[in-house]
Structures are given as structure tokens and as C-alpha cells.
Design a protein around this ligand. Structure first.
Ligand code: MLT
Length: 383
């Protein structure tokens, strides 16, 4: 019955984990879910109120525009300017998305012909590889290894493959490894893309979830990046809006137009009221995000100290919602035993690709007292 493109596809990572959680809950386990990066903190009330108001506007009850309201795209451009000092033309260089996952999943269809190569990191957000495969492309895996700071080694990609590749997916601050990339890496990436005529698709949803006052970069802070790149951004992690499905892709106008052409043939745009509330979110006072960072930093500290005491090997994250811990061996078996013995759900690294094997990922998107409870349980756990 099923097409080949889904016949051999395993269930979506977090859908499979949902199943394991439900089974444990049905057995009466008090589950502490540190798997998916889904912020527990509520969307700030001023954004929710803006949605209520916008939901009453009749214009929002009709089809939205395909590319997003110009007012929303302007707000995204203004936010980029304020946050990264990057200029974007809201008319041609910003496209509204129904959450960045949607844009990432559709983007390769605009650029990949059957058999074309796309460079995909591993471990990584599973959607990059699936999106390339759905478009008929062949993913070329770039291992993200601890000894390279979980950055891909662009020099290790053979010249033929690099020349053939149509696009490259990357994501820093990185999910799942929590690694950050510095300016020199982005410069190298832009040069590599220009030399090989590759489109860079940089996924940047965690740019605001950084610690110790050290902001993460947009790729557009590098000269010439707009010639080769687009960046996906999302309101999900910055304003606790995962449920709202609001994001944007910005950058190279031709690439943005290509993604827009695919989307206009598939969806009818994002609910206008969500875009209106998104504008309010993007104009939020900085204190809203500062508060969120403080909460996350505290949780990271608690869980990191505990994991180090237990003998897990990990770097303290400078950004993201994740702790990426080396446990060695079979990560699925490890997570199963962790769930059975402690009721804690972590994500097995192999779910992010073969180079994630041996690692497990903890997310800090549970209330602080639940993270403290997890620490108490972990203290009795023998890894
Ligand atoms: C994750 O847990 O990896 C993310 O929350 C998934 C997502 O952003 O869709």
C-alpha cells in the first residue's frame, strides 16, 4: 500500500518516544519527560492576548497570503536587524512558515532533482535527511564528531561530491549536540558554498537560547552569506510558542522564492491571527527572553552537575535546551533501562543518526522542580 518513501522510513523519532512514554504512564510510572525540546514555560501573556484580539478580526478568518503578511515579514526583518544587525528586504528576503519544520521539510523540493546530492549532518534533527529523501535526493552524511567540536569537516568532503551537491543543511547552536559554531566556521562554510555553488540552509531556532551572555550568530553576520544562504528561524523556542507553528525563512531572495513556490502549491499560509500575535512576540521587551534564559541556565547547571557526578562525559552547553551525554554502547538500550529504573525519558542519540550512537540527549524543558526530581532519581541510578 505504501510508497517506498515511507515504507522503509522508521516512525518519526519523537512519535516513537511518545509511544514509549504512554506505555510507561499506562503502567503507572511517574514519567519525567526530558526527551523532546518543547518548552514547558507558557507563551508570555501579552502574546496570548494579542492572539485573542487578532482572532476577532474578520480579515484573519479568510485565506492568509501565501508568503505571509507584509507586516509579519517586516517584523521578522526588524527583529533580525535588532538582534544581529542584519538587513533583510521583507518583500523578497523573508517568507512566513507554518513553523520552521514545515519550511525545512519543503525546501529541498525546490532545488533537488531525483538523484541530486545534499550534504546532511549526522547526528541531526531527523527532518533534514528525510526532506532530502522525500525530494528524491541522496543525502551525503557529514559526521559531527566530538573531536571536531561537533562541526562538520568540510575539507573531508571529497571534491567530486562537493561539486555535485546542491545544498547543505546545518544548525548552530546545534541540536542534538548543543555545540556552537564561531565566526570562522561560518566564514569557511560560506566560502565552501560559494566555491561549490551550494545552497546553505542554516537552521537557527536556538539562537536566543544562549548562556553566559554569549550570543550565537546568524549566518548573515558573515559577509557574502546572502549570496549562498537562507536561515530558518522560529518563534517556538524564543517565545515558548512550539504549539503556534510560527516561523520564517530569510536570506537569498532566489532561494526564498523557490521555497515560496513550493509552499504556495501545498499550503495556504499561516493563520493571520498567529502572524499578528507573532509580530507582538517579535517586538517583546528583551526582559522576556532574559528571564527565560535565567531559568534554563539554572536547570542546565543542576542537571549538568549531576550528570558529571554520575560519570557521564559531556560539555556544558553554551546554548540550546540540551545536554548531549556520552554513555557508550547502545543508546536505545540505555534509554530503556533509564526509563525502567528511574521513569526518566531521554532521547537515544542514534535516533539522530548513526554518529549519535553512544550518546543520549536530555532536554531541560520541564519545570525546575521536575528537573530536581530527575536529579534525585539519577543519583540512585547506576549508569
Ligand atoms: C527536538 O526535541 O529535537 C525539537 O524540539 C524538535 C523540533 O524542534 O521539532
Amino acid at each position: 500500500m505504501y510508497a517506498d518513501r515511507i515504507k522503509y522510513l522508521p516512525p518519526y523519532l519523537f512519535a516513537a518516544i511518545d509511544q514509549a512514554k504512554q506505555e510507561a504512564r499506562a503502567r503507572g510510572v511517574d514519567v519525567i519527560d526530558l526527551s523532546v525540546g518543547d518548552p514547558d514555560l507558557p507563551t508570555p501573556p501579552h502574546i496570548v492576548e494579542a492572539l485573542s484580539r487578532a482572532a476577532c478580526i474578520p480579515e484573519n478568518h479568510q485565506y492568509p497570503s501565501y508568503e505571509g503578511k507584509l507586516s509579519f515579514r517586516k517584523a521578522v526583518a526588524d527583529w533580525y536587524n535588532e538582534t544581529f544587525r542584519v538587513e533583510l528586504n521583507p518583500k523578497t528576503e523573508v517568507l512566513a512558515l507554518i513553523g520552521s519544520k514545515e519550511g525545512i521539510a519543503h525546501a529541498p523540493m525546490a532545488f533537488i532533482n531525483p538523484g541530486d546530492v545534499a550534504l546532511v549532518p549526522d547526528p541531526a534533527y531527523p527532518v533534514y535527511r528525510t526532506a532530502v529523501t522525500f525530494a528524491g535526493g541522496t543525502p551525503y552524511i557529514m559526521p559531527l564528531l566530538r573531536e571536531n567540536g561537533f562541526l562538520p569537516d568540510l575539507d573531508a568532503i571529497d571534491k567530486d561530491t562537493a561539486r555535485k551537491a546542491k545544498l547543505i543543511f546545518l544548525n548552530y547552536p546545534n541540536n542534538p549536540t548543543a555545540a556552537s559554531a564561531d565566526r570562522s566556521f561560518f566564514e569557511e562554510l560560506v566560502d565552501f558554498a560559494r566555491d561549490n555553488e551550494i545552497i546553505v540552509m542554516h537552521d537557527n531556532p536556538y539562537s536566543e537560547v544562549y548562556f553566559d551572555g554569549k550570543r550565537s550568530m546568524s549566518i548573515f553576520e558573515v559577509d557574502g552569506a546572502k549570496d549562498v544562504a537562507v536561515e530558518f528561524h522560529s518563534l517556538s523556542k524564543t517565545y515558548n510558542m512550539t504549539g503556534w507553528r510560527a516561523g520564517a525563512v530569510v536570506g537569498n531572495a532566489d532561494v526564498v522564492a523557490g521555497i515560496g513556490k513550493i509552499k504556495s502549491n501545498i499550503d495556504s499560509g499561516n493563520f493571520g491571527a498567529v502572524q499578528d500575535a507573532g509580530i507582538v512576540a517579535l517586538k517583546s521587551p528583551q526582559s522576556v527572553i532574559d528571564e527565560m534564559r535565567k531559568v534554563y541556565q539554572h536547570r542546565i547547571n543542576i542537571l549538568y552537575d549531576c550528570l558529571i557526578k554520575l560519570g557521564f562525559e559531556l560539555q556544558k552547553p553554551r546554548a540550546t535546551l540540551y545536554l548531549w551525554s556520552f554513555v557508550g554502547g547502545d543508546s536505545v538500550a540505555f534509554c530503556k533501562r533509564l526509563l525502567e529504573e528511574t521513569g526518566i525519558v531521554a532521547t537515544p542519540g542514534v535516533g539522530f543518526g548513526q554518529y549519535g550512537e553512544g550518546y543520549i540527549r536530555f532536554s531541560i524543558t520541564q519545570p525546575t522542580e521536575r528537573i530536581e526530581a530527575a536529579v534525585e532519581r539519577l543519583e540512585k541510578f547506576r549508569p
